[in-house]
Design a binder for this molecule. Structure first.
Ligand SMILES: Nc1ncnc2c1ncn2[C@@H]1O[C@H](COP(=O)(O)OP(=O)(O)OP(=O)(O)O)[C@@H](O)[C@H]1O
Ligand SMILES: [Mg+2]
Length: 250
């Protein structure tokens, strides 16, 4: 199985942005096949990667739950869900992307959720790198995608409150019994030195900071994609160095 990289952090800290940059860097390094999983129901990882997403797992589950008769008789529900998950994968330039979305219907999703988790476990075995962008909070990581990750990348701002939240997220992963090999911290939108003692108190491996980046800001206002950023972009360059442990974590 490949390396599973999961993003976490408080709302708006830069999880999706950094997920997008990590995907871009791994793609450019040509070190293996990649699947990007957008596990945030208010998804925008596709946009960051310059991909138009039309179908997501939520709408597929709604469809199966509302029309169980649509499952072909010779296939079985599990195999059908697996097949539909496959069809929801979009092939990008150098990576695949799967958007989880959120089921909207009133139906009971216990069965389909279980089947989905099995399908997801099988799916991620086909890739060298699995990058999961999560919403703020980790419940989805355990419920619908995977219970294991090689690298948890916690993104925080530099504030005391932000760093405390980063610590809480790390503790939550233990409570949720998510198996994580390495827990990393990136402080985003900050340049300068952080209080070493405060960082040392966290049960996270501190990788470094990414500064406030006008080019990222501009890209997000213009078309939302980070794939067109100049290859000499400071954040990409910094992340190439400080992120080594994230993708070479085994
Ligand atoms: N280093 C940076 N410099 C400038 N702008 C940034 C930087 N990092 C993120 N941003 C901008 O901040 C905003 C929030 O970033 P992003 O969507 O990545 O956060 P998030 O943690 O994924 O948010 P959410 O919790 O809503 O999913 C975006 O507009 C993004 O372009
Ligand atoms: Mg996000």
């Amino acid at each position: 199985m490949g390396i599973v990289i999961a993003m976490a952090g408080k709302g708006g800290t830069g999880k999706t942005t950094i997920a997008g940059l990590i995907i871009r860097i791994i793609k450019e390094k040509k070190i293996g096949s990649i699947i990007a999983i957008d596990a945030d129901p208010n998804s925008n990882l596709g946009e960051i990667l310059g991909i138009e997403v039309k179908e997501n797992i939520g709408t597929i589950l709604d469809d199966i739950s509302a029309h169980p008769e649509s499952v072909p008789g010779n296939m079985g529900k599990d195999a059908y869900i697996e097949y539909r998950v496959q069809t929801a994968i979009i092939e990008g330039d150098g990576f695949d992307i799967l958007t989880m979305g959120r089921p909207e219907g009133p139906g009971c999703y216990c069965y389909v959720n279980n089947a989905l988790r099995n399908a997801m476990s099988k799916l991620i075995k086909n890739y060298d790198f699995v990058i999961i962008d999560n919403e703020a909070g980790l419940e989805h990581l355990s419920r619908r995608t995977t219970r294991e990750a090689d690298s948890l990348v916690v993104v925080s701002d530099a504030s005391v409150v932000g760093l405390r939240a980063a610590q809480r997220i790390t503790e939550l992963t233990s409570e949720l019994k998510i198996k994580i090999k390495n827990k990393f911290l990136i402080v985003n939108r900050f340049e300068g030195a952080l209080d070493k003692d405060r960082i040392a108190e966290l049960k996270l491996t501190y990788l470094g900071t990414l500064g406030l980046d006008n080019e990222i800001e501009k890209a997000s206002i213009e078309d939302g994609s980070l794939m067109g950023l100049n290859e000499k972009n400071t954040s990409i360059n910094n992340l190439r160095k400080l992120g080594e442990k994230i993708w070479h974590c085994n």
